[in-house]
Ligand binder design. Structure first.
Ligand SMILES: C[S@@+](CC[C@H](N)C(=O)[O-])C[C@H]1O[C@@H](n2cnc3c(N)ncnc32)[C@H](O)[C@@H]1O
Length: 277
């Protein structure tokens, strides 16, 4: 015998109600309005919902079970191979697009690109941009390639350590580098909630002893890739504001905050030739 949606939700009452509803919507590939009126549910949807609920009970993040996340104007597919894009990172996307508007065909580099969320959202907003995304994890690059194909957005994807795999011909001509590198300190990694530590890739989180391993290298190498006056936008850890300001002093950085009021972004510019003395 079939079930109604409320009967199924009742079966999963050990889960928070909003989570069970999201899982049912994912199982039915339906919008929220579908739940209004307590619709009947097919056996396939009921079985899928029970499987999703079981996965959630093991601690798997909702977004991996749902399989997608909204990031700015695009929906990005995610699974265990990549970090789940966080809502605050949308501010980095917005800051990038704001700075690139007015440049006819900008060259943009997304370092540590993960699922490709930043690179793809920027390409979506600025179709004439040349967008190059790079990540050390071949798994992450594979997910970004799947997302690019799904969204029909033509970006260049390379696998490598920070700048190492970028095409040499863009050196000195990049209009904007955006990066959300791993910045959790080694000690903080040990204290992360299980839902993050057991499921999301350690490579996406662990920024070394003080969390600054990648940022330090970005600070040292970014000027070789940016055009004079080119932008450097980084996501940083909430306790890294002052140290990042010093690290990136040559870029005259501004530290800005996320919606919770925490230091979260560094916005800098490569010096112009007349500023180099
Ligand atoms: C914090 S995640 C950010 C992912 C995505 N850009 C986002 O905003 O959700 C950091 C990413 O950096 C990658 N990564 C870590 N070390 C790296 C390195 N040395 N060079 C390039 N990518 C690296 C990880 O594989 C991971 O995908």
């Amino acid at each position: 015998m079939g079930h109604t949606s409320s009967e199924l939700l009742q079966e999963a009452r050990d889960l928070p109600e909003h989570e069970a509803s999201r899982l049912l919507l994912a199982a039915a590939s339906a919008e929220r309005s579908w739940l209004v009126g307590d619709p009947a549910v097919t056996v396939d949807v009921a079985n899928r919902f029970r499987e999703y609920a079981e996965r959630r009970r093991t601690g798997e993040p909702l977004q991996y079970i749902e399989g997608t996340v909204q990031f700015g104007p695009i929906e990005v597919a995610v699974d265990r191979r990549v970090l789940i894009p966080r809502p605050e990172t949308e501010q980095l996307y917005e800051a990038a697009v704001e700075r690139l508007r007015g440049i006819t065909s900008p060259v943009v580099v997304d370092l540590c690109s993960g699922s490709g969320n930043l690179a793809l959202a920027i390409k979506h907003a600025l179709p004439a941009a040349r967008v190059i995304a790079s990540d050390l994890s071949p798994d992450a690059v594979a997910v970004a390639a799947e997302n690019a194909a799904r969204l029909d957005l033509d970006i260049e994807l390379v696998t490598g350590d920070l700048f190492s795999a970028l095409p040499a011909e863009v050196a000195g001509s990049v209009d904007l580098i955006v990066t959300n590198p791993p910045y959790v300190t080694r000690d903080e990694c040990a204290l992360l909630p299980e839902e993050i530590a057991d499921w999301e890739p350690a490579l996406a989180l662990n920024g070394g002893a003080d969390g600054l391993d990648s940022l330090r290298r970005v600070a040292a190498e970014a000027a070789d890739w940016l055009r004079p006056g080119g932008w450097l936008l980084c996501e940083i850890g909430e306790r890294h504001g002052s140290v990042a300001e010093r690290l990136f002093a040559a870029f005259r950085p501004e530290i800005t905050r996320d919606l919770a009021g925490r230091d979260r972004f560094l916005l800098g510019r490569a010096p112009m030739p007349d500023e180099l003395h």
